[in-house]
Design a binder for this molecule. Structure first.
Ligand code: FMN
Length: 142
């Protein structure tokens, strides 16, 4: 799901086509994401810096070449909220970079993926693995 507030080119495009891509942002492309996220598509093309995109394998959605993990999504429901739109979507295809082929999907190593974390209005990198899901008995006394 994504929520888009106010008037944005991205929102206009999604309302029109009912499809979008979600591209994982890693530390190495954080400033590219920062540029895209801080410039308005309604005002001008985002062509001040060089970057590449291609079309999705399953849906005709633009996909950032440099992203290692991409979801191609088809909107299933749109909820109009107070000043924003919430889009629920089915993931129709996942593109994972060759360097992560064979990754264990039951233990996705986020440290290896190195996602950038956004918490308004700063970017952080991922910290250490804390432990496994369901291991509470190893950590709590009754
Ligand atoms: C890290 C980051 C995260 C953002 N997340 C959202 C979001 O979840 N929803 C939203 O409406 N805008 C979000 N924005 C703001 C939009 O990216 C920004 O308004 C941008 O100009 C929209 O591009 P567009 O005009 O091409 O649609 C975010 C911006 C940044 C930098």
């Amino acid at each position: 799901m994504i929520t888009i507030g106010g008037s944005k080119q991205t929102k206009t495009n999604i309302l029109r086509d009912k499809i979008f891509s979600a591209n994982l942002i890693t530390e190495d492309i954080i400033w590219l994401a920062d540029y895209i996220g801080n410039t308005k598509g309604e005002e001008k093309l985002k062509d001040d810096i060089q970057y590449d995109y291609k079309w999705g394998n399953y849906l005709k959605v633009p996909v950032l070449e440099q992203s290692n993990w991409v979801y191609e999504c088809e909107v299933t429901r749109i909820l109009e909220l107070d000043g924003s739109h919430l889009f629920l979507a089915d993931i129709k295809n996942i593109q994972i970079d060759k360097s992560f082929e064979g990754i264990d999907l039951k233990m996705i190593d986020l440290k290896m993926l190195n996602p950038a974390i956004y918490a308004p209005y700063n970017y952080f990198s991922i910290g250490d693995r804390i432990g496994g899901c369901g291991e509470w008995k190893n950590h709590l006394k009754n």
